[in-house]
Design a binder for this molecule. Sequence first.
Ligand code: ADP
Length: 193
Amino acid sequence: MIKIVLFGPPGAGKGTQADILKDKYNLIHLSTGDIFRYNMKNNTPLGKEAKAYIEKGQLVPDKVTVEMLKDEVNRQKEANGFIFDGFPRTQTQAIALDEFLENKNEKIDGMIALEVSDEVLVQRLLERGKTSGRADDANEEVIQKRINVYHEETAVLKNYYEKQGKYYGVDGEGSIEEITERLSNVIDKIKAE
Ligand code: ADP
């Protein structure tokens, strides 16, 4: 069972690529952002809690996010593998994920990072905001906040996975097909190990 963390700043294209790769490799795509949005839409207690953070461009607290993620993984009894998208986003989450998987005699096989410049990110997110209906994409201040949070809290995870020898950087600028190809090359390499 292969488990991959798809990594990168907001707007890097994680969701788009994970959607393609999950079919190509028969994996479960777990996006914490999607799960939060589903809960917000359905006004669940989790959704109500997450909304206040998400609309300001802040991270939802680790405890809430980690519990949610564990529940989602545990629900998938027949999985062939996972792509984690938007998780882990802090060092605390990365440690919690490692511990959780270790208890199951499992591990993360690799973190693949989509590398995209900040200028391109802001443009992509503003463009997405015109059609996505996501309040956090429509406002440039909130977008900038999310990118700042990424640099302050999430970017350190590169180091975390590098130390484990599991970090793979991929150029995230180009056509969707080109980027899928680059990601696939890395996944094939990880699978062959
Ligand atoms: P993007 O990568 O475009 O910012 P996501 O859909 O991954 O969008 O996440 C949207 C929002 O959901 C984030 O800005 C954050 O508030 C919240 N969120 C998603 N994943 C996490 C996480 N792992 N930890 C804390 N908050 C999260």
